[in-house]
Design a protein around this ligand. Sequence first.
Ligand SMILES: [Zn+2]
Length: 138
Amino acid sequence: MIKIEELLRQVIAELQEIKQGQVRLEKTQRNMAKDIKAIKDYQRKGQDVDIERLKERVKKIMEKCVICDGIIEIKNLDFTFSFDRKKYTIPNIRHEVCSQCGEKFIDEETSKFIDKWTEENVYKNHKFNININDVISK
Ligand SMILES: [Zn+2]
């Protein structure tokens, strides 16, 4: 039986992940807005937009930590999580780690891999046994 507390913990953990993603997205959007403004300024002045320089700039934005602007390093680390009071570890997961604040990020492709792994190794064999009356009565 999954306890309400366990469910809540999972929901909170997921919400925190969503929040982290939002912070990242907002920062990227702000940077893109700056770039769009720069392109418009160029065009107004009748100058050509240097696509290569622009690509380089986008690459640089992606390489920086959205929280502290620190340099991002790629590291293959164990990814650990718990589900229904059991601990699971997936080895060699590609992490983007900030060298300054230590914040870890996982890209979309890796996140999909983790979801697939969890589906096959955890959820598939797990008997979900939630009694709706337990949920209502608490
Ligand atoms: Zn950082």
